[in-house]
Design a protein around this ligand. Structure first.
Ligand code: NAD
Length: 476
């Protein structure tokens, strides 16, 4: 039973289900209920009832804080099991699964810490002293939280924690390929003391469950992480009742390496920026622009290091890169590599299947890629780096911005001035200098352009689950 509606575990009425596959072996690891519009409606009604009777919000705020912290503790108490489940469903290496699950727990502490600390304002109004004016922050209502498969447990936490901290109730919809571990998350949430009906889980197909949530008149807000194509569909489907939308979408992040870059730092930085999670990260630095003087040395060093990455089952302790999520994703990535070959790129390393079971692809570095090749323009979402040399920094900046995406970017150089100049010029929501990874809960995360709407993280991420109300009282 993979649905949790109003505190009760159930299967879809239709009895329909689909299999969850271990991407490292191709073996079935469980069955997932395929809910339909009826179950979506039941979950939304449960969340609506829980919102209206204020069973969550009426708990004194210190109690809600305690519950949020208890969720974090509950996640940490079972971290090893959750991490193993994450590897079995998603394929990521175990050390990465541990880190992402632990990060998910921290999200409940970070946002739990905000409860009771977000206030409105009081102020004078032009109508004079006869009036007392203030603002209130109120939860937006019932939130649909639609999660992708590439960091399933952590991304579910990144949505659920601020939704609960804001006082919303929620319907959580995991991705088809990675639904099972989310069931463990909602169980922990309930054991920690979140009342039944406040958090509901509906598994199923995006085109059925996701679409029904987007169209449902009793959903007030959607927080979505996924592809730009689905984000566009959600905008249309959710227009009926003007749902609030937070959209964290695709990316094609540029990495600019200048001649004066420190190679010791640049090579692991660039490689980690693309190969982490087998390239299945929205922030992946998939377009490399390297200055002519460093280009050959850098490409050679990247290729050497990439070819030595230990690719394998995420449960093997030496594995550095796991499989991609599914046969569909495998075929799509291999199709992109093939398109690059047809457009004349040089495959410096990789480009082939790894092993003969599961969905493994060799870490791949493509060089001398035409700036308008498909592998440069489109999001591949796989372990494929497309590299291009440049002479003139202005050209590299122009090309970095020559994308419909604007999620992230990075520059490697020893020059503070050039680093600052590039960081200002590149239009992206997150930018790294001499790195490609760390960020923090307090830092807003999201994209420019077609990489999305709004920000997750920090106070902006919390306010995305809130409305502001202005109250004016006549005193005399
Ligand atoms: P996807 O858009 O296919 O699916 C994401 C989620 O949306 C899944 O839960 C899916 O079931 C659901 N969905 C599918 N069709 C739907 C519909 N019509 N209505 C409502 N929901 C629907 O994306 P994916 O392939 O699972 O994830 C990979 C994509 O996500 C990549 O493009 C990646 O860049 C993006 N991503 C972005 C971020 C970010 O923070 N910006 C983070 C992770 C992934």
């Amino acid at each position: 039973m993979t649905l949790l509606i109003d505190g009760k575990y159930m299967d879809a009425d239709s009895g329909e289900s689909f299999q969850s596959i271990n991407p490292a072996t191709g073996e079935t690891i469980g069955n997932v209920s395929a809910a339909g519009a009826r179950e979506v409606d039941a979950a939304v009604r449960a969340a609506r009832a829980a919102f209206e009777d204020r069973r969550w919000l009426c708990l004194p705020y210190p109690q809600r804080v305690k519950i949020m912290f208890a969720i974090a503790d509950g996640i940490e108490a079972t971290l090893e099991d959750l991490a193993v489940n994450e590897v079995r469903e998603n394929g990521m290496p175990l050390h990465m699964a541990r880190a992402t699950i632990s990060n998910g727990a921290e999200a409940f502490r970070y946002y739990g810490g905000w409860i009771g600390k977000l206030h409105g304002q009081t102020g004078e109004i032009a109508a004079g002293e006869a009036f007392h004016a203030y603002t209130l922050k109120e939860p937006v209502g019932v939130a649909a939280l639609i999660v992708p498969w590439n960091g399933p447990f952590m991304l579910a936490c990144h949505k659920l924690a601020p939704a609960l901290a804001a006082g919303c109730t929620a319907v959580l919809k995991p991705a088809e390929d990675t639904s099972l571990n989310t069931l463990n998350l909602v169980q922990i949430v309930h054991e920690a003391g979140v009342p039944a009906g406040v958090v509901n889980l509906v598994t199923g197909l995006g085109s059925v469950v996701g679409q029904a949530l987007a169209e449902h008149p009793d959903i007030d807000k959607i927080s979505f992480t996924g592809s730009t194509a689905t984000g566009r569909r959600l905008i249309e489907a959710s227009a009926g009742n003007f749902k609030r939308l937070s959209l964290e979408l695709g990316g094609k992040s540029p990495v600019i390496v200048l001649d004066d870059a420190d190679l010791e730092l640049t090579v692991p930085g660039v490689l980690g920026g693309i190969m982490n999670n087998s390239g299945q990260a929205c922030i992946s630095g998939s377009r490399l622009y390297a200055q002519r003087g460093i280009y050959d040395k850098l490409i050679q060093a990247l290729a050497d290091r990439a070819s030595k990455l230990v690719v394998g089952n995420g449960l093997d302790k030496n594995t550095q890169m796991g499989p991609v999520i599914s046969q569909k994703q495998f075929d799509s990535i291999m199709g992109y590599i093939q398109s690059g070959v047809e457009e004349g790129v040089e495959v410096v390393t990789g480009g082939k299947r790894h092993g003969d079971a599961g969905f493994f692809i060799q870490p791949t570095v493509l060089s001398h890629v035409p700036a308008d090749a498909r592998v440069v323009r489109e999001e591949i979402f796989g372990p494929v780096l497309s590299a291009m040399p440049f002479e003139d920094l202005d050209w590299a900046i122009k090309e970095a911005n020559n994308s419909r995406y604007g999620l992230a970017g990075a520059v490697y150089t020893r020059s503070i001035a050039k680093a600052q100049r590039v960081s200002r010029a590149v239009r992206a929501g997150t930018f790294w200098i001499n790195s490609h990874r760390p960020t923090d809960f307090w830092m807003p995360f999201g994209g420019y352009k077609e990489s999305g709407w709004g920000r997750e993280g920090g106070i902006q991420g919390l306010e995305a689950y809130m409305e502001s109300k202005s109250v004016i009282t006549r005193l005399y």
